[in-house]
Every structure is written in structure tokens, then in C-alpha cells.
Design a binder for this molecule. Structure first.
Ligand code: FES
Ligand code: FES
Length: 398
């Protein structure tokens, strides 16, 4: 069923009736005649269709127009009077940052985003931030030099709007200050684990997700599993532990994202507080084939009385991806994907503790595409329910 949306495109209010399947890119190009937004891969990979969605770069090819009611969109045509974009455009011209020009609209929007967030990005940061935009012509040298030129010649105070504050959680692993939950928050009637996303946000390039679920076992028994890292790792889709030496862990996570395969190998350090039933696992890893890097930490806390038969598990996942795979963290899908990853982990963990766990393929490889498609399917379902007026409380997220 079609949906009425009201959005602001390049500062102008637009009301339109859109089909659920219409992408933002098609809507911009075919209905608004804004053909500066290019389409190439149409799979969220190349970045040619990059536009600003509520101020952040997003993929117009994999964003459904029907999910954008109330959003602000800025396409390449909307930067005509933008001071920063003017300097970026001139730098691309001077430094030969384009050839055929097909990637250039998306590349300019990403380049502008870099110089407005980083006061002094070095070459590595520029290349990492550009890694979600592909160019078949230039070899990237001219593009990188163009961004460097803007950083050198335009004072930071004239361009930086959302500064990136460097943060590296792998350097220190402070325990979080947890707020004790009241006993009324314990769902003692639940025999089965239920996973629930409590909050999520993306700050300073870090993706943070917080989940809470209930395990039908007491806190000491649950804590014993959280002390057995090999069993814990076996519950995380795609993860395996190769070495555990005291508080030092070594392992790998295998991911398949369509044709892209990555195997992150790395180390982690564990800090545990047995008295308060909480801990932090922090570390990072590299995938040599794609040149991608990941770093992050998992914070966990168990709540509940030992006489009770249920334990509440609070999990917080914070991570940052860099390199070729980082492009997937720009599209908003990664948050939902990560939330589902946590849910899978929570379910496996609960099944493991409760003796219901069956061995399956999850252990050998994390198939991101399947999860992403399930995310898309869930969005479409929520959208369909909303449009058809069934279950108005269902959320659909952009
Ligand atoms: Fe959208 Fe390639 S066309 S990412
Ligand atoms: Fe041709 Fe980038 S200039 S694809």
C-alpha cells in the first residue's frame, strides 16, 4: 500500500505518495528530477548514491523513501550555496579528484562530511573515511589530496560542525557505573530467555548497543558460563577462541557479507568483578584480506538474587569498523544488524545454559547477508503493518 510522506529536500518541503518499494534514490531521480544522485551498484556498496539524511551521509539506493517521513534530505544539488562544499569542489578541481565524474556527487558529500567532522585528519583517517565510496578512475590520489587541501587551507573553525573526539576503549577498560535495577524489573515469570534492545546510538563514529535478556537460571550458574570464555565464544555467531591465558584471549570472527569474506583475528583482555557479577572484554582485530580493522568492547553485568531462578543479563557492545568493511557501518543497517547479532548471541547463551543448544553452522561463519535481509524483511513487515493500520505501535526505523 502506498504511503504519504512529508520530507524536506534541499530546504524545500515535499509531500508525496510513495510505494513501499521505492528507494530514496529512485524517488529523488525519477520524481524530483534530482539526477545528481547517481546509481551504480544499487546494493549499498559503492557510495555513488550518497546523500545527507538528517545531516549524516547515507545510501539512497537502499533507503526506502516510505521510511523517511519527517526527514531532511540534502542532495548534491542542495549544496550550491554551501561555503564548505564550495571549497571542497574547488579542491577536487585543482587536485584532479575526478575523471568520469560518476562517483563525484557521492564523493563530494563524503569529503565534505570528513572535513566538517575532523579538524586535522591525517591521510590514513581520510582514506578510512573515504573507504565507503568507490572510484574506478582516479586511483584516489587526487581525491585524498583534495581533502588534504581543504583541511590545510580552510580554518577548522569555519568548517568543523560535529567534531570527532578520538576515543580508544582498548586503551583503558573502566568498569561502567551500573545503576541497580529494582526487583520489579525482574521478569520472574519468564522461563524462556527474552532479548530486548534497550537503547542504541551512534556517537563519535562508535556504534553502541545495549541489550537486556533474561536467563532462566540463577545468577551463580549464569556467572559460571560467563567465566568459561570458550563456551561464551561458541555462542557468538562466527566467533571462536583459539587461546585463553588468564585474562588474555586470542580468537577470530569470520564474516561473510555477500561476496566479501573477512576473518578478523585479534586479542582481547578481560576484566572481571566476581563480587558484582560484571566484566568487560575489550580488544581488536584485523582482517588481512580486506584490510579492515575492528576494535571494541563488550560489557556485561548479571542482576538478580541467587535464590531466584532468573538472571537478568545486561550487555553493552561498543565497536568501530575501519577499512573496506566500514562502509557498511554508514548505512544505518549495521545498528539493526548488530542488534540482531546480540540477540542471536543472547539466545545461544540462554540455550547453552539451559541445555537446549544445538550445534549449527553459526559457529563457523557469520552470514551477514542473511541477517541484513532479515533486517530488511522485518522493516518491510513493520512498514506494511503501519501502512495497513495494523499494529500502530510497531516501529519502522530509517
Ligand atoms: Fe548506492 Fe552503490 S548505488 S551504494
Ligand atoms: Fe570515474 Fe570516480 S571519477 S568513478
Amino acid at each position: 500500500m502506498n504511503k504519504n510522506i512529508s520530507i524536506i529536500i534541499n530546504g524545500k518541503s515535499v509531500e508525496a505518495l510513495v510505494e513501499p518499494r521505492t528507494s530514496l534514490a529512485d524517488f529523488l531521480r525519477d520524481k524530483q528530477r534530482l539526477t545528481g544522485t547517481k546509481l551504480a551498484c544499487e546494493h549499498g556498496v559503492c557510495g555513488a548514491c550518497t546523500v545527507l539524511i538528517n545531516g549524516a551521509p547515507g545510501r539512497a539506493c537502499i533507503t526506502f523513501a516510505a521510511t523517511l517521513d519527517g526527514a531532511k534530505i540534502q542532495t548534491i544539488e542542495g549544496f550550491e550555496n554551501d561555503d564548505v562544499m564550495e571549497v571542497v569542489r574547488n579542491a577536487f578541481h585543482t587536485k584532479h579528484g575526478l575523471q568520469c565524474g560518476f562517483c563525484t556527487a557521492g564523493m563530494l558529500i563524503t569529503a565534505r562530511d570528513i572535513v566538517t567532522r575532523f579538524p586535522n585528519a591525517d591521510e590514513q583517517t581520510i582514506r578510512t573515511e573515504l573507504s565507503g565510496n568507490l572510484c574506478r578512475c582516479t586511483g584516489y590520489m587526487g581525491i585524498v589530496k583534495a581533502v588534504q587541501k581543504v583541511l590545510e587551507e580552510m580554518p577548522a573553525k569555519e568548517r568543523v560542525r560535529n567534531p570527532v573526539i578520538p576515543k580508544n576503549p582498548t586503551q583503558t577498560f573502566p568498569f561502567k557505573t551500573f545503576q541497580p535495577k529494582s526487583s520489579t524489573q525482574t521478569n520472574t515469570s519468564s522461563k524462556r530467555m527474552t532479548a530486548k534492545r534497550v537503547s542504541e546510538k551512534d556517537v563519535d563514529g562508535w556504534i553502541r548497543l545495549t541489550d537486556r535478556f533474561i536467563v532462566a537460571r540463577n545468577r551463580d550458574e549464569t556467572w559460571r558460563l560467563f567465566s568459561d570464555f570458550a563456551r561464551m565464544a561458541s555462542c557468538m555467531p562466527g566467533a571462536s577462541l583459539t587461546k585463553a591465558d588468564g585474562d588474555q584471549l586470542e580468537g577470530q570472527v569470520r564474516i561473510a557479507f555477500g561476496p566479501i569474506r573477512a576473518s578478523f583475528k585479534g586479542n582481547a583482555t578481560v576484566q572481571r568483578d566476581d563480587k558484582n557479577y560484571e566484566g568487560v572484554i575489550a580488544g581488536g582485530g584485523n582482517d588481512s584480506s580486506s584490510g579492515s580493522r575492528a576494535k571494541g568492547q563488550v560489557t556485561y553485568q548479571l542482576l538478580g538474587g541467587n535464590s531466584g531462578e532468573n538472571t537478568i543479563v545486561n550487555l553493552t557492545l561498543e565497536f568501530q569498523l575501519q577499512g573496506a568493511l566500514a562502509q557498511f557501518s554508514r548505512v544505518g543497517l549495521i545498528q539493526e544488524f548488530s542488534a540482531r547479532l546480540i540477540s542471536s548471541f543472547a539466545k545461544n547463551l540462554s540455550d547453552e545454559i539451559e541445555g537446549r543448544r544445538k550445534e549449527n553452522g553459526d559457529k563457523t561463519e557469520l552470514r551477514v547477508s542473511g541477517l541484513v535481509w532479515s533486517v530488511l524483511a522485518a522493516r518491510l513487515k513493520a512498514l506494511w503493518l503501519k501502512i495497513s493500520g495494523i499494529g500502530s505501535s510497531n516501529r519502522s526505523r530509517s
